[in-house]
Design a binder for this molecule. Sequence first.
Ligand SMILES: [Zn+2]
Ligand SMILES: [Zn+2]
Length: 108
Amino acid sequence: MFCPKCGTLLSVRREQGKVVKRCPNCGYTEEVKSPSAIARVTRKRTEKKPGVVAVSHIEEGLPVTDEECPKCGNVGAYWWIEQTRSGDEPPTRFYRCVKCKHTWREYA
Ligand SMILES: [Zn+2]
Ligand SMILES: [Zn+2]
C-alpha cells in the first residue's frame, strides 16, 4: 500500500470507473485490479441451523418397557416423553421398538 517511488502511504480512490491507488506526495497512481473480486472474498457464513435432534440418537440410555410393537409384534420398546406443540397440551409418550426401531406415540 506504499508508493514504490517515495514510500508515502497510498490513498485509494475511484477515478473514471476504476479504483486507483494514488500517492498524495508524488502523484504516482496504480490501478487496483478487479476490486469486486476482493469484496467476494468475504466469507459466507456457514451457520448450522439448530435442527431437531436426530431421533436415532435418543435411544441411548432410555428406559425400556414391555410395550408391544405394532409393526413387528416384538415386546420391548424404549420410551420417552416429549412436550409437543404448545404447553397446554399434555406431554406425549413415545415408544421405539428395540428390534425394528419403529417409533410410535401413545395416544391418550
Ligand atoms: Zn509517491
Ligand atoms: Zn418392531
